[in-house]
Structures are given as structure tokens and as C-alpha cells.
Design a binder for this molecule. Structure first.
Ligand code: MN
Ligand code: MN
Length: 468
């Protein structure tokens, strides 16, 4: 009987295995993580903060290496920043780079409401901002929750004005109003997709008119006056701005046993942060190690800061050049010989919605880092399917390092699905597998993750960087 049992795979809760010391490590990692996602709600904030931390660990700006004509050797640490919205970190290894890199990748953009180019208007003595939502959201989740406005306004002079209103406890906050239930007879008959329309996601920002009665829209005029006083910007400056409306306030511990984390933007900052910590932990390597954190995943990885951009390839070419190892062919070989954990969050099994999941191929809270051999939807369409050989290698590494892991698909076959950045890197011919942290209420203003999974995921990255 005992022999038969050992043939079966049981996915057990990671909580079962922790000693008291390890239990403490689970909680201390999550408190660092809570601090990070509380402070970093936009791509720019993430890049800014992580660059600071990386520099403390001895990482040097790639631009300064190029400018000073310095050479890179094994053990050197460099980073490259793209438009303040992408970050790539390199730890130079002893082996020739054409033998391949070990790469961690994740994205640092999250669903939100972006201000439109002409956002400010007045209606019935109220001032509001027009928004255009970013990424896939269930619109009804974004009304009546306190919101902050974070981002930049760039003036014609090129001066960048940083805006962050709503995060300090003394700041005002904002919100999108919803219709009172008493008058919702018609609204309540609509589908959830239509109940709140995209064009109705207008953020209420003011209600006091300026004294000057000659002004036509006096509340709007007052808002313009206030922001001009504080930031020295005018209405036209909104045209060259990136202002993100995000849930206000800090991430928190969650649950009576404090076993979880609730907060905005865990997709995919939970993977970005743990990848970053893993990368920082390693100081020496045979292979060159890379962590790449990208923007625009939520809208298709497009544009100059998305994974489809050549930025990553170009930065890597510069690193190879500085290490005296560059040629077009060697760069191609390096990528083709690379191995990558492409990290993004997975949909955890939710006992409130059992019907959308297939229980045997689903991920669960507390069972560790999630591997998705393939993502995609309805017939694996659009998925990057990792080779069985690579999956075998990865699970062997996880078992060797006693990392709790599980495997998952995104829900039932015909229910929906999703994509990540994996397929983009796979185009170089490298080995890529999707992995990450299971999340509840994904893409909502307040997502939930398990502290044990966050811990196991970080350990998975460390193991991968050491062994792959
Ligand atoms: Mn994601
Ligand atoms: Mn997402």
C-alpha cells in the first residue's frame, strides 16, 4: 500500500512544512513586500524604488559603463532603465554569454484608470476627470472605492512634474460615484458588463466655485487655479501627462491568521518583487543572470516599454559588447540557449465560484509557486507551450530545493483564458515557462495573495537562478 501511495502526486499545503524559523521568514518577506506594493503603484514608482535598492546592492547603470567605456567582467552587476518604465538587471557570469542566460521576467503595470488627454470638465457645479481604463477590469468594481492620482505631467520645457495625491494620510482622495440602489431599477436589469459603462468612469474632484462670477465654469476654474498654484501647470499640460488613478491606501495583512496579503497591483508586482529579491540575493554565478521587468503587459505588451520592444535585446547587446563578447550571432545564440521563468499571477481556486474551474488542474492558495505549462484560451490559442523537457528540468530543480510547487491552467477550457509575456521571449528560441503566484480577485482594486505562495515563489526564483 505504501508503495502505491508514493506513486501518486499530492499537492500539499506549504504551511505544513514550515519550522518556526521558516514561518518567521515567510512573514518577514511579506512585510517587505507589503511595504513595496504600498509605495509603488505605478511602473515609474516601481522602477524608481527598485533602482535605488539595486544600487545599494552594487548594481551600476549600464549607461555609465557605456559612456566611460568600461568593461564588464564576471561578478559585475549592471542595470538598464527604459523610459523610467522598464528595468533590466544583469549579474555577469563566468561562462561565455553565448552559452545562454538564466532569466526572470515579470511585469510592473497593473489595471487602473488613466486620465484622458482632456480630462477636466464641469457638470452641475461639480468638477470631474474623464478616464480611460487601462487593462481588463470589471468596471463595477472601480466605483465607490477611494482612489489616488499618481503620475507625471511633463511641461513644454521638458520639466517633469511628479504628482501623487491620495497616498499621504493627510491628502484628499477621489472616487467614481455609483447610482443609489433606490434609483437603480433600470441599472440593475443590465448585465454586469453594461451596468457601469467605460465612459461613466469619471472621477469627482471638486465642488467649490471661484469667487469671480465672470468665469463660465467656476468650479473647474477653481480646480485649475489650485493645481496651478501647487504644481505650476495649466489645463493644456494634461495633454503631455501620464496620470494613473489607482486604489488609495496601503496594502494590508489579510485574514484572522494574517496568512494573506490584500492590496492593489499584486498582478504582477508580486512576481516582480520576488524576482527582484531573488536576483539581489545572488552575488556570483556561472551563467549570466537577468531579471527583466516590463510595462504594458496588461494591454498586450505593446509600445516602446512593452516586452515586444527591442529594448531588452538592445540592452543585452550592450552588456555583451561591454563584456567583449558581442556579435550578432553570439547574441542570437545567447538568447536561443537561455532559460526563462516568465512570471505572472495565476487564478487561485475560489470556493465562491467553483463552476469556472477544473479542480484537478487548478492552483490553490498555500500550495506554492504555480507553473503553467501553457496559458492561452479555448484550444490553447495564443499560448506559449513550454517543452516537456524543460518542465522536467524545472520541477527537478524545485524538488531539489524543497520548493512547494503546483501546476495550473486558467480555469475551464471553454471559460476564458489569458496570456503573458512568455510567447514573446519564446520567439528567440529560448526555453520559457509561465509561473507565478496564485491570486484571488485578480484585476480588482484589492487582490489577495497567500504569504506562503509569495515565499515559495521567491525561493523558486533563487533555486532557478542557481541551477538552471
Ligand atoms: Mn499579469
Ligand atoms: Mn493581468
Amino acid at each position: 500500500m505504501e508503495k502505491k501511495n508514493s506513486l501518486e502526486k499530492k499537492y500539499e499545503s506549504a504551511w505544513e512544512k514550515y519550522s518556526e524559523t521558516e514561518f518567521k521568514k515567510v512573514f518577514s518577506l511579506s512585510s517587505r513586500y507589503i511595504k513595496f506594493i504600498s509605495q509603488c503603484k505605478t511602473e515609474r514608482q516601481c522602477v524608481n524604488e527598485l533602482v535605488k535598492e539595486a544600487e545599494k546592492k552594487g548594481y551600476v547603470d549600464l549607461n555609465s559603463i557605456i559612456k566611460d567605456g568600461k568593461t564588464l567582467k564576471a561578478g559585475d552587476k549592471v542595470y538598464a532603465v527604459n523610459r523610467d518604465k522598464n528595468l533590466v538587471l544583469y549579474l555577469i557570469g563566468e561562462d561565455p554569454m553565448e552559452k545562454g542566460f538564466s532569466i526572470l521576467g515579470a511585469h510592473i503595470d497593473s489595471p487602473r484608470l488613466d486620465l484622458k488627454q482632456n480630462p477636466l470638465y464641469e457638470d452641475t457645479d461639480l468638477a470631474l476627470f474623464k478616464t480611460h481604463y487601462y487593462g481588463g477590469i470589471k468596471k463595477y468594481q472601480w466605483v465607490t472605492v477611494p482612489l489616488s492620482i499618481i503620475g507625471v505631467v511633463v511641461k513644454k520645457t521638458g520639466e517633469v512634474v511628479n504628482i501623487n495625491i491620495g497616498e499621504d494620510e493627510t491628502d484628499p482622495v477621489f472616487c467614481v460615484t455609483d447610482l443609489l440602489v433606490h434609483l437603480s431599477q433600470d441599472q440593475m436589469q443590465k448585465t454586469m458588463a453594461k451596468g457601469i459603462e467605460g465612459e461613466a468612469l469619471n472621477v469627482l474632484v471638486g465642488s467649490i466655485p471661484v469667487k469671480d462670477k465672470k468665469e463660465k465654469e467656476r468650479v473647474k476654474a477653481n480646480i485649475l487655479k489650485l493645481i496651478n498654484e501647487k504644481y505650476d501647470i495649466t489645463e493644456e499640460d494634461f495633454v503631455s501627462a501620464e496620470l494613473e488613478v489607482v486604489p488609495a491606501g496601503k496594502a494590508r495583512e489579510y485574514g484572522l491568521d494574517r496568512s494573506m496579503v490584500i492590496g492593489y497591483g499584486q498582478d504582477d508586482r508580486v512576481c516582480a518583487y520576488t524576482s527582484f529579491e531573488a536576483m539581489m540575493e545572488i552575488t556570483k554565478s556561472k551563467k549570466t543572470l537577468i531579471t527583466v521587468l516590463v510595462d504594458k503587459e496588461e494591454i498586450g505588451s505593446v509600445g516602446a516599454t512593452g516586452m515586444h520592444s527591442r529594448f531588452f535585446e538592445n540592452a543585452t547587446a550592450e552588456v555583451m559588447e561591454a563584456a567583449g563578447q558581442y556579435s550578432e550571432l553570439k547574441l542570437r545564440r545567447a538568447f536561443a540557449n537561455s532559460k526563462m521563468l516568465s512570471s505572472d499571477v495565476s487564478a487561485a481556486y475560489d470556493p465562491n465560484y467553483p463552476s469556472v474551474n477544473e479542480k484537478r488542474n487548478q492552483c490553490y492558495f498555500g500550495k506554492g509557486v504555480v507553473f503553467n505549462k501553457y496559458t492561452g484560451s479555448r484550444g490553447k490559442s495564443g499560448s506559449s507551450d513550454a517543452d516537456a523537457e524543460f518542465v522536467a528540468e524545472v520541477r527537478a530543480i524545485m524538488d531539489k530545493h524543497k520548493v512547494s510547487w503546483q501546476t495550473s491552467e486558467l480555469g475551464k477550457i471553454d471559460q476564458g483564458g489569458g496570456g503573458t509575456i512568455a510567447y514573446i521571449l519564446a520567439q528567440y528560441g529560448m526555453e520559457v515557462i509561465d509561473c507565478g503566484v496564485a491570486i484571488l480577485s485578480m484585476h480588482s482594486p484589492f487582490e489577495i495573495a497567500s504569504k506562503a505562495d509569495i515565499y515559495e515563489t521567491k525561493n523558486a526564483y533563487v533555486a532557478f537562478l542557481k541551477e538552471a
